[in-house]
Write a protein that binds this ligand. Sequence first.
Ligand code: C2E
Ligand code: CA
Ligand code: CA
Length: 785
Amino acid sequence: MTWSSRDIPISVRLRVRRYTASIFISEAAFDVLYTFAIYMAVTLGTGVALLLVWRQDRAQTFTALLGLSHLIWTLNPLAYLATRSTDPLWHHVGLVGLVLVGTTYLSLLTLGFIHLSGRRFSRWKLLATGCFLFLFHIGLILVDLHWAQLGFAALNTVIGLVVAWWLRRQGPGERASGLLIVLCGLNQFTYVVMGESGTMLQTTVAAALRLLLGMSLMYSALTRTGQAVRRLHDRFFELTERSPQGVTVVRKGMVAYANPAFRQIYGMNDKAPHPPIFSPRWVEQTVPEAERQGAELIARRVLDGQLQQAEWHGERFALDGRRLYLRFRAWQVEWDGAPALQVVVSDDTARVDATQALLWRATHDELTGLPNRSALLQRLRELFEDPAHPTFALILMDVDRFKLFNEAHGQSVGDDVLKVLSAELARCLADRAQVMRMGEDEFALLIECVDAVNEAERMAQQVKVMLREPLVLPAHRFFLDVSMGVASHPSSARDAEAFLQVAHAAMHEAKRLPGTSVQWASADGAQGLVAFFSAEQALRAGLQNDEFKLVYQPKVAAKTGRLLGFEALVRWDRPGVGRISPLDFIPAAERNGLIVPLGALILREACQQLAAWRDQGLSLVPVAVNVSPLQLLDAQFPESVLAILRSFQLPPSCLTLEITETAAVTHMDQVNEQISQLRKAGVEVALDDFGTGFSSLNMLRSLPLRTVKIDRSLIDPMPNQEANAVVKAICDLACVLSLDVVAEGVETEAHASAALSAGCDVLQGFLFAQPLEVDEATRWLTDRY
Ligand code: C2E
Ligand code: CA
Ligand code: CA
């Protein structure tokens, strides 16, 4: 800003002006003063406008700095006028003013543009720049005011160029500001080039440039505020629109916002019309009646400010009727200037369902859907702990000969029988008793009422009547018998477990009676225990009195029919009762542990018979003896087998042990160890009932076996094509593993020829012979070998 005092007219009309002129300039021109005033008004206006912009958005520091720099710059013409004063005091005040205003203006300007360009300057650099500007100003002013004008113009232009360079890659507002600040610098050369005649031109152009600069800075500020708002919006979008949690804002009872997750949780199809959210209809459709009042109360307390934040959870319904389990968290927010409720919804349905499914599985039987043994025990425990001492009765029920039945018709038919039976029991009795399945073929009926004893009696009769009719399956009709043991409480049983045991014992006693039968445990449970006890006593007596004997079923070569060996099968000839099948007493002996001495007796008996045949001069064939899993658990078992063989001076090769597949799977490690020892000693081992358990290929390979016996249930459907294929596959596998294959339960010629062509080496079954008494077996040895 320069002009020469020579051009200023002397006539000053107004008093104020005269006064001012008398202070600052001797010969002031009114129109120059006028231009100055406009210029000052422009810098003042833009400065204030920029500061106002900053007040609205304080993040934009550059508006404050540049606004302040403009305000300071407003003082520059006044300082300049003072330097022109003839009064030396004012002249020096003017010089100091020029230095301070110039330094402060340029410092703030530089700092403002540093902010605008997003650059970072260390404090030291800033301080150094400030000092440089200060010293530069002082230096120039001390030299000469005319040279100072040139220096200031150059400095402003250089700073302008630096700023323009910083802003060259920014938005249009920033780039225009850079350009304008360069032009402001260049404009100062007007005076240097044109002399004092350029003063008016320079000031007018400077005012216009300042105005444009102010506008472009404000444009930049507005653009940046817009971008910040957009970023905020985007962030909001990221946070809520993509949130897996439902988010909604409720204002005056209606929804102001609901994110996609919220819509999805409630199954709202955006295309189909749905009830306005939070209208009474919405509440009616989604909130179960029992929960409505509670949920509304919580919402109101949050909106009233009584609660800062509320959390609740509960069952809800989706619009498509699905049952949901939701968790809610709510707090107050301001939405469009009014208080609103923000609710965050988490869908917990899957987790709650999974927990309930787990709980259901733990307490229910999967096949029939009935509560299981642990559910019964749980309930019994509750009843025993109930201080009111409730009266209740328990009927335990076991299907007679279910194992045989399963073997004869296959497991899936067996499963169907259990399902139909449980459905029948539930249909007839569920309104008066809890029907449960204890496992396998055992059911329980729990009766809780004052008259439990009589009710149990009536129910047992009802079951008897029910079973007079056959059970109807999709492809079969079956008559079933069950054995029922009944126990009632109050009794001497002290806890649930003892009570269950008493009922169990009564059921086992009932098993001894033919047909569908009921056995009551006496009030103190002794009767049931006696039953259990007496079964054990009878077995013990049988062992002592030599009531067990063996029969021998031949195994023949599939191709030639030649006798290859016998399977020894035990029979119990009980005085006064008759012959009892091993199917009826082996499980009991396994339960009470007597299978171990019984098994040893059977082994000795078989070896004794082999020795007898040898002594008669007959050629020996191997005899197979069935071994119970319990025998295998004894680590001494292999040694005791070898000891028996030695005692009869028999070669180990004349004995084969049959181990059921299920036993082998259940006790894999022990079985493996025992079989290895036996085989090393020369005793052969066969895997019995192959195809009924779950043995894997890996197991077959790792067990040191000699023979696989294919179960009767696989041979029975032959020569059905599928059955043939299954047996052939087993034979092929056995061939690869170098195992002999025995087909069990060969009853017809068709079975025999199918088994032969499938690859079975040895056949056993009623077609060739029933299990034979000793003399008949001896005849086979002489005739067929
Ligand atoms: P298992 O080892 O599978 O014995 C074969 C059973 O099938 C025998 O029944 C036999 O009489 C029967 N059987 C043989 N050929 C045919 C046929 O062509 N058709 C039909 N339907 N059945 C046939 P058994 O003797 O009643 O023995 C039943 C089960 O009792 C045996 O099944 C075995 O698991 C067990 N067992 C028998 N004796 C003993 C023993 O001495 N010790 C042990 N631990 N268990 C034994
Ligand atoms: Ca067997
Ligand atoms: Ca078998």
